[in-house]
Structures are given as C-alpha cells and as structure tokens.
Design a protein around this ligand. Sequence first.
Ligand SMILES: *Cc1c(COP(=O)(O)O)cnc(C)c1O
Length: 463
Amino acid sequence: MDSPSAFQAALQAAFQSALGHLESLRDRPVAATVSLSELRAKLAKPLNDHGLAPEEVVRDLVDDTQGGLLGSAGGRFFAWAIGGSLPAALAADWLTAAWDQNAALFACAPSAAVVEEVTGAWLKDLLAIPASASFAFVSGCQMAHTTCLAAARHALLQERGWDVERNGLCGAPPIRVLASNRHGSIERTIRLLGIGEGNVCDLAVDDREQTTPAVLEAALASAPGAATIVVLQAGDLNSGSFDNYHALIPIARRHRAWVHVDGAFGLWAGASPRYRHLVEGVELADSWATDGHKWLNVPYDSGYAFVARPEAHRAAMSHRAPYLVHDQDARDQIDWNPEWSRRARGFATYAAIRQLGRIGVADLIDRCCEHARTLVEGIGHLDGAEVLWRSQINQGLVRFRDPRLGAGEEDHDRFTDAAIARVLEGGEAFFAGTNWHGRRAMRVSVLNWQTSPADVARAIAAF
Ligand SMILES: *Cc1c(COP(=O)(O)O)cnc(C)c1O
C-alpha cells in the first residue's frame, strides 16, 4: 500500500512549477513561442509500457509544454473573452481535485452540495437575478445555455400539451428561436436540443447594436401562438452592447415567449453600481446564462445557469434511479445539472466571491472597463488606427488602415490582421481579430483581475 506521502513529490513539483509560471507571466512572451510540430515532437512520446514516477511525469509535462502555454493567466491577454484566476479560486480548484468529490448528490459530496447552494444564492444576489430562480453550476456558458433552453423547451411544449421528456421532438409543436447578434454557442445549444439551427431567426439590430421593440414585435406577430424562445444579449461578444430589457421583455411576455439572456461576461455589469443601469430589467427574463471563468476570474470549468421557473428546470434535468440516495432537505445537483458524475466546481466560485467580496467584485468590473477604454482610445488614436466601437463596458473594436496611397477596405482588412500578428510575434500583448459589419477589426477585451495600468501602457506601446 502506498503511504499518503506518495503524493508529496508530484504535488510539490506541480506547486513549484505553477508558482514559477504565474510569477513569470509579467516577463514572458504572452503568445506561443513553439510551433505545432515542435510541440508534437516533444509531447508525442511512445506510449510507455511501464509506469513512471509521479514527479517525473509532472516534470516532463512542465518541460514539454513550455512555449506552448499562452500567457492568458496574466494581465496582457486581451483576445476573445478570457479571464484569469484569482489566487483563492485557483487554490480552491486545486483542493477540488485533491478532495475528488463526486458532486452529483448531497449523499456523495455533502460539503460540495452545500457550497453550491450557498454560492448560487450569492451569485443571484450579485447579478440581480431573482432570489427565487433555480440554478446549476455547469462547465461554461455553452452548457448554461443548454441547461436553460432545455427548461424553455419543456415549458413551451408543456403549455402546448406535449411532454418532450417522454415523447421527444418527433411530432412535437415546432419551436422557433429569435435572436439578434449572438455567440455561436446559441446555435450549438439549439442543435443539441434537437430544435435545429434552421429554426433560429435573425432579429435586426439598430446602430446601437440593440434589437428594437418594433423588430421584436413584428417577429413575434409573424407567427402568433408559435412556441418561441427569444434570446437577448447582455454584453455582445464584439461590442459588449446590452438589449433594452424593460422595453423588450414585456413584449415577449405578451406573446408567451420564453426570454433567455446570454450574459457570458456582460451579466456581471449588474455587480457594479457604476454599470448596473445596463442590465436594468434583466430580472424579468425567464433564464440567464453566464460564466465564472471569464469575468469572475475562476479557473476554467465554471459557468452558471439560472432559471426563473424552477419547476421547468427540474423537469428538464432531474433524474431518479433506484441506487441513488436522495436527502429530503439537501439540494441534489443531479436535479438541476445535465451531468451525472461531476467535479465539485462550486468550491472555486465560493472562494472567488469570498476573496473579493461584493465591493471587490464591483471594483474588478470597473477596473476592467477602465482599462478597456484606455486601450481602445490609446490604440484607436495611434496614427493610422481608428476606433470602430467605443467600449461601453470591457469590450471595444479598433481597426488599422493600410497607409499606402489608394489602399482600399480590403487592404485595411489585411493590414488589421497583419498588425495583430506583428504584436503577437513581439509577445508584448495578445489580441485577436473579428468580423464587424463586413470588415476586419481587432477586439479589445479586458477580463483579468491582474491587468494593470502598466500592462495597458505596454500593450499600447506594442502597436
Ligand atoms: C464566451 C461566450 C459564450 C460561451 O461561453 P463558454 O464559457 O465558452 O461556454 C457565450 N456567449 C458569449 C457572449 C460569450 O462571450
């Protein structure tokens, strides 16, 4: 039998390497420095017949991944929508692995069940979601959409006399989805739920990137009585814009549609007194999806689903089997989550919220928005650059113009991508491009608790 100290050498090696990695982020290139073939050459070892010492495995892993780890845990990473990890959240995440609880039921992970119960209530409080909403800690916003819209599918079809859990979708009344600008995770959820991407209809947006009441009213009225899901945005992935919930949700309600809000990062505006006005009225929705691993700076594997109608949520997810043990009073995650065996992912969120407190969360939101504004204005006003979208929260868009005489939009597109690539090569900062109204643009997204004014200045200087 191994003694408990069988863990010692491997964990020690991991600890030292993790700390070294985190502390070197300030100085190391933020982009990868090795190629795909170099990574394959190092990592594609022959499958070993005999086992290795745990610490040797860890040391090899550290050595062989060098250069292929982006600096996304640090303060100079502004691509996509990527947060870092707060120290307490990261430590709790390590403990989650060490404790190795199966957080499917209270019976097999009592502390994990209670931590999720408590943290779910904290999240609703922070995000201005009604306290009566049910929730689930899922792997990310993608699965939060899937969980929420499974509840929507249940409720819409039940109202039409159809039991979707029992009968499936063959022969069911059709469901349509109305959505404006949206993240691709909405389409994937619609596919997974069997509703079919072809049933997603675009809602036009105005020049503020919002759906107008007239557009929504017309779309709903075009198929009266049809089972309809309306997807609204809290923080569009490019512009960070918010829909007008007070104007739109009552219209959807009159048409008996289900309103779902994609707030992967933007819902966190509700946690800041300075930005809360942007999500006013969002509490009227039927479901909300957001992430912990973006703006709250919890390590990956952290998304949250909230549903205003707990009975629909539970009906879509709950499962009973003769060998399971259910506690009368406790919250069993299997009633709300799409997974069976699962990581006790509530611990990291619990720790993140306790490390920051209510004021610290608000401060994190405000700081990231401030940095995004400085980056967008700072880069966007450099010679040859232009601001395409001023950041309202933590997102903005800039574009670079090809200085050659007679250069056209396509040249500016190429020049924009080239400018991003040059900065990545230099390793000073990491940005990514996007398509914006048919043109190439560079996204600026600030979501890391560590980003400092010095990081922002370095990133601007890199251009
Ligand atoms: C990131 C993102 C998602 C998907 O979230 P995951 O956590 O990656 O599953 C959905 N919507 C928006 C607006 C996003 O930014």
